[in-house]
Design a protein around this ligand. Sequence first.
Ligand code: ADP
Length: 516
Amino acid sequence: MSADQAFLLATILDASTEYSIVATELDGTILLWNEGARRIYGYPAREALGRNIRFLHFPGDAGQLEFDRIFAEALERDRWEGVVMRLRRDGSSFPCRIVLTVRKDGTGRPGGFLSISKDISDEILIHERLKDTEAYNRILIESATDGIMTIDLDGRITDVNQEMVSLSGRTRDGLIGQPLRELLVPSSGANEAISRAIRDGRLSDLELALQRPGGETVDVSFDATTFQVGRDGAKQVIANVRDVTDAKRLRDQLAQRNRELEVQNQRVEQANQMKSEFLAGISHELRTPLNSIIGFSDFLLTAEDDRLAPDQREYLTDILNSGNHLLRLINDILDLAKVESGKLELAPTSFLVGAAVEEVCSSLRPQLASRHLALHTELSADVGYVLLDVGRFKQILYNLLSNAVKFTPEHGSIHVQVRAHNPARFSVEVRDTGIGIARQDIPRIFREFEQVDSGPARKYQGTGLGLPLTQKLVGMMGGTIDVESELGHGSTFTVQLPREAPRRTETLPSRRGSVA
Ligand code: ADP
């Protein structure tokens, strides 16, 4: 060997810091100890040279016999390669990968060994961590309640979890490697699922069925996304397969129930329409003779006719009052029927709220006077004009006020207060000092034909239609009605309305009907 070659070799040996390079005699006496050996085993060359390499193995039988075995095998086959535990200078041990080759002299006879070794503790640690991660991932996949499988881009199953095995009724080995299309019904669904997952990156809720070996099928919902392991790994599809048999059965039952409900609904609507038509017809038939009764009794009473005896006048007054009562009832019934069938039209006009309130109050003056009730009105100046159906507005107020009159004992008082709520809404409050309503009865009073005092011995006249109708009219006008009351301590009804009627489509109920 030339001086240059020797220098080059020495440089290589010293530069190999990751690998221990050690040359020995045939008996194991160390002849060469490089920088890598110093770093790995912790001995400087001066402490290692001349010693027998067996000191790197555990003392005692096991370690030394292993040493003998390795050297004997290397001598026999010219080379030994494997992992053994070796000792460092500080007494610690580590796994060491060794390649042991036999050095031969010019005649081909073994002259010693060359041992190249490496500390592989880190490799083993990384390997163990990798195994832990794999086990963890497997647990995640196996603990999923859905079937999970991975599929390559050719549509072949590459992995499955236990749930997928159970769902498909096949074995894990029977599934892996199988084309997905053989598992799905319709089989074309497999191509669709894979190509959609690849195209869009994900796919959800594709409804398919799994073909089980016995011929039966399981309805499943199929979700999928694509993934790639490492930068160069092949793209794959991971699919989530959920058994939707129960969900589907429930959905079908629900759809069936909905169809039945739809039919029932149509029947109810038809019955409602018939009811509305009947009410409209009967109201019309009743109003014609009633108008004669009211008209003629009114005429007889107002005409200065001294042929009427006082008791006849009294009977006629009864006839007139009863006639008027009946007419109001019929009108309320007809209005309710119209609201319900969506036939009640609102005709908004611009009017002064104060004037309309004054008009309604005036019409009730005779009743107020006869019952010695005081009426106070308070109108906020900033309410002014509104654009609403004036007739219906007065009807709402009339209903509330006539109730206040009816349910307030003599010498009580009634307050009507009109306030601007905000620039777009205003409120009308009717407050009385009357009998009040018990808390538990309040929800009842807006139901048709409900009266708090409804027994045979009831004291107050009425039909129980005023408030339901009022509430419906207020709703149609885009407003709300609220009541606050305490038994024995009076009631306050508050109606809040927009200053302008909402558009017709927003207000009309959607029910069909044909009330004239
Ligand atoms: P009616 O007055 O024809 O009975 P309504 O629908 O107008 O029907 O009222 C329903 C019920 O609500 C009344 O019977 C009464 O019990 C109760 N009610 C309504 N307004 C008042 C009020 N101001 N004070 C006490 N009770 C009332």
